[in-house]
Design a protein around this ligand. Sequence first.
Ligand SMILES: [Zn+2]
Ligand SMILES: [Zn+2]
Length: 355
Amino acid sequence: MAEILAVTFPEVNRVELRDVPVPSPGPGEALVRVWSTTICATDMKILTGKFPGVRYPHIPGHEWSGEVVEVGPGVGDLAPGTRVGIEVHVGCGHCQRCLEGMYNLCEHYGNRSEGHAHVGFTIPGGLAEYAVVPRRAMHILPDGVSYDEGAFTDNVGIALWAVERAEIRPGERVLVIGPGAIGLLALRIASLQAGRTAIAGTRADRLALGLQMGADATVDVAKEGDAAAAVRQALGGPADVVIEFAGTADAAQLALAACRRGGRVVLGGSTGIGTTLQIELATIVRGNLDVRGSLANPRWVSRRGLELIRSGMVDVRPLITHHFPLREFEAAWSTFFERKGSAIRVMLHPSGGAV
Ligand SMILES: [Zn+2]
Ligand SMILES: [Zn+2]
């Protein structure tokens, strides 16, 4: 094995499927045979040069799982054959934020020599037959969690962290805005505690899936003149908690408008730069709102997320709509971005068939 097949972005706005040298693990790293990788909207931001910190040529892929085949020095606890899911944020481990456990907020973002890595962003990712990742990026997949489910290691962590940020009390009314993969996962997790949940969005098929994943009601924002009023009706009162994963200013406006006074709003969708929000400040001040941002997931949240998958409390399988071998990456990419066949998560299998 001298060369492996990989998706590469040689420069901004160019994609190539080509053979690259097999990477070899350094201290604290392991070589992983990649079994399942999904495409995500962020991959388009990376391709188009809208994600700061990415250097080209780049191998993308940040939602994935695989099997350890070789370990570098200092990785004695992972035997070859161990099945792992990848958490993408690896903090430097020694800055103030990392010492607090908030690796997602590491002060040395992008600085590999300080020990920071962002898998699929600042170091090569899992849209390749093999990838080298730091040991700290890996979670051992529980028995019974498949590679396909394991590809959600990071996604489920992002959703769970937003729900944890919301501090939902049992019985509360919860609105989730944005029925994408992460929004739907957040909805599912929130529904485990909430009294009543609603999902708001603009696409009928996604809202229907929201009902399947635990929502009690839906709000089709495109059809409602007053979406906040529609939310109150759907929930039987104003939302105690709103979790937003749509990534638009309109969605953030609705989140603030639909929340009751003294409630909590978690904004998780708009992670890129350039989206601005104009709001009446009294909405927050006189509303006594807790408005919180939620970025990715700190260490061990994905661990708890995998446990939710293992126990069956969260089922990610309805989110996996398509499967492709790595060689058909182009078809997979267009299926995802053109939402062919109601695509939600499109799974690539660099090492073989669906697992
Ligand atoms: Zn992603
Ligand atoms: Zn750090």
